[in-house]
Design a protein around this ligand. Structure first.
Ligand SMILES: CCCCCCCCCCCCCC(=O)SCCNC(=O)CCNC(=O)[C@H](O)C(C)(C)COP(=O)(O)OP(=O)(O)OC[C@H]1O[C@@H](n2cnc3c(N)ncnc32)[C@H](O)[C@@H]1OP(=O)(O)O
Length: 190
């Protein structure tokens, strides 16, 4: 009996694939004008901040052109099933990596969409070697793909992802949103 082959296309859907006419990425490095005072030296980021106690502390390793490499060391606090990384946290590590690609293109971006495929479990104590690269830029939209490997930078692929990052004005990060987070008043129309 033959085993049917399983087709595993990349995760990119029509919403994370650059449209026709998209521009090739130009890596300029992060634009310092895009970092507000609040963000400058901010170490509270759950993805990479040193002050986020149970954060992922994704380590940014190097940038070549529009490709970014990071590492995520999976600790006990990151477990889903015993001894294995929680899938949502792996997606967060990927979000951190892909987001960094967009910022290294000099774009002030937030995640609009993130798609992930999980190919192999990632054990606690292991290091996930992540890589992200840009596939195109269209208006405010930055298209990014990535993969995470275990057992070394050339080891087997454990996770793949595709994301859409959207450029936002500075006001996105400076606006006071406390009122928006409060529950709506009783009887208010939703
Ligand atoms: C020195 C500094 C270094 C710093 C390094 C930092 C590393 C950082 C790493 C951090 C990593 C962590 C990062 C984080 O965690 S970021 C935090 C998580 N993300 C957010 O909170 C974002 C929340 N969403 C929004 O604010 C808005 O919805 C945005 C801004 C995204 C768009 O609302 P806005 O009203 O502004 O614009 P628009 O609605 O006209 O959309 C514009 C265009 O985009 C298209 N579109 C939008 N959404 C989607 C979608 N889901 N699928 C497909 N397409 C989508 C849309 O069709 C349109 O296309 P077109 O009609 O123009 O063709």
């Amino acid at each position: 009996m033959t085993t049917p082959s399983v087709r595993r296309p990349g995760p990119a859907s029509s919403r994370t694939t650059p449209p026709e006419g998209a521009a090739a990425p130009v890596a300029t490095g992060p634009d310092p004008r895009h970092t507000t005072e609040r963000m400058m030296d901010f170490q509270g980021c759950f993805g990479c901040g040193a002050d986020a106690a149970d954060g992922l502390r994704v380590a940014h390793r190097d940038v070549t052109g529009h490709e970014v490499r990071t590492e995520f060391t999976v600790r006990e606090a990151h477990q889903g099933a015993p001894g294995l990384a929680h899938g949502g946290l792996l997606a967060t590590a990927m979000d951190e990596t892909l987001g960094s690609v967009a910022w290294h293109l000099g774009k002030r971006c937030v995640t609009g969409r993130l798609e992930t495929d999980y190919l192999a479990p990632v054990p606690v104590g292991g290091v996930l070697h992540l890589r992200g690269w840009c596939t195109g830029v269209h208006g405010r939209k930055v298209y990014v793909e990535g993969e995470g490997r275990i057992g070394g930078p050339d080891g087997p692929v454990a996770i793949r992802a595709a994301g859409l990052f959207v450029e936002v004005p500075e006001e996105h990060f400076t606006r006071d949103r406390t009122a928006e987070a409060r529950p709506a008043a009783a009887g208010a129309e939703g």
